[in-house]
Design a protein around this ligand. Structure first.
Ligand code: HEM
Length: 369
């Protein structure tokens, strides 16, 4: 025990940070097998630094999920949650940049020790999988690996830990429930969807009128463009018609419930209302994190192509082609990206009645009925 008591006890830097333990964890396998490869040190340290940052990301994500326990989140927690998610985004940006350090090792240098890694692989990074689960990557939408569940590379205990994340509810689940609790969408004579439908129809009519009266377009171009305005109607259909949305949910083409999606649209459209600013920032953080994970996937896939070409990975996947697919298929908050196609210009937005503005203040703290 160090000198002093409790809060005022003292400790040495080396001991506090367990530097000895940390610095004795770089065991070069090439050295142990009698064929030392200089670059293996970099390979190990880069991976270890990743795992340390993954630990911090998990720490933040778990704490944010906890804010939503009991179906309640108060405004002060929301701003702390935004601060933590912002931190996660910054860490992920750093992790994307770190790939550049890995790339200072040449493909030939890597071959000096690659065979000693077999069959170890990033596939076996438990913390990376935990991050995917905490964010809410749906299990059934993961690419399969030899027809096996993604978690089959872990011990039973670890598999259970990952399953439990889904059972307890991921960040996506919690956000969905939170969005569903925004009752002002249909309140005191204000029906947001009806208002939106009216504004949307007016906007599409104005677009068609502008096309038809343009002196810069030929008749053929006018016909084509006005048909395009008509067909843009299709992406509005899922927000105006609950059944269409629910069918997309069944086909795994949507992740948020209908009610949550309408609420997210409302928040995006009326983000300038003071009470909606924090919810808007929160949703923006989720989009930023999703983008950063996707950036990492692209960058990692690109590095893999450079390092091993089209060879299969040490974990047994098709290597680069598998990784490139995950970049598009393993995005999580795609429904929030989809909201952009539903936005209408500020000038067309229906004004919120005063009674709704007055009441908005209370609802984000309201418990689920
Ligand atoms: C020379 C450097 C690297 C090479 C050649 C490489 C190669 C690969 C390959 C081929 C895969 C696909 C799975 C397999 O068949 O093994 C993979 C997956 C993975 N790697 Fe790397 N990797 C490198 C560096 C890193 C670094 C620095 C990290 C940081 C933690 C990392 C994390 C991962 C993760 C998390 C996966 C699983 C991705 C997923 O399934 O979506 N890799 N890697």
């Amino acid at each position: 025990m160090s000198k002093g008591e409790g809060k005022y006890s003292t400790i040495h830097y080396q001991k506090y940070l367990q530097i000895e333990e940390l610095l004795s964890a770089q065991q070069l396998r090439s050295g142990a097998l009698g064929d030392p490869a200089h670059e293996e040190m970099l390979f190990i340290i880069v991976h270890q630094v990743y795992e340390l940052w993954f630990k911090q990301v998990i720490h933040e994500l778990e704490s944010v999920i906890e804010f939503f326990e009991d179906n309640e989140i108060i405004e002060s927690s929301l701003s702390v949650a935004i601060g933590r998610l912002n931190r996660v985004q910054k860490i992920l940006q750093l992790l994307v940049k770190q790939i550049g350090i890995m790339e200072t090792m040449t493909p030939l240098d890597f071959l000096d020790f690659r065979s000693y890694l077999f069959p170890a692989s990033g596939f076996q990074s438990f913390q990376f999988r935990a991050i995917e689960c905490l964010l809410g990557l749906p299990e059934e939408q993961r690419l399969t690996y030899f027809g096996q569940k993604y978690s089959s590379v872990f011990t039973k205990d670890k598999q259970k830990t990952l399953d439990d994340i889904y059972k307890k509810g991921t960040l996506l689940d919690k956000v969905n429930d939170w969005l569903e609790r925004t009752p002002f969408l249909n309140l005191d004579g204000f029906d947001f969807l009806e208002e939106y439908r009216g504004a949307l129809t007016a906007m599409l009519n104005k677009e068609t009128e502008a096309i038809m009266s343009s002196e810069y377009l030929t008749d053929k171009q006018k016909k084509m463009r006005s048909e395009m305005v008509g067909s843009s109607d299709t992406y509005f259909r899922s927000i105006l018609d609950e059944d269409t949305h629910n069918n997309l949910l069944k086909e795994n083409k949507k992740r948020l419930s209908y009610k949550a999606t309408v609420a997210a649209l409302f928040i995006n459209l009326y983000r300038e209302e003071p009470i909606l600013q924090l919810p808007f920032q929160f949703i923006t953080c989720l989009i930023d994190i999703d983008n950063e994970v996707t950036n990492w996937r692209h960058r990692h896939a690109q590095m893999v192509l450079r390092m091993i070409g089209n060879k299969i990975g040490t974990g047994g996947s098709s290597g680069h082609s598998y990784l490139a697919k995950t970049a598009s298929l393993h995005q999580i908050y795609t429904d929030f990206h989809g909201i952009s196609s539903l936005l209408i210009p500020r000038s067309e937005l229906p004004l919120l009645p005063d009674n709704i503005r007055d009441q908005l203040n209370f609802y984000f703290t309201a418990k689920k009925a």
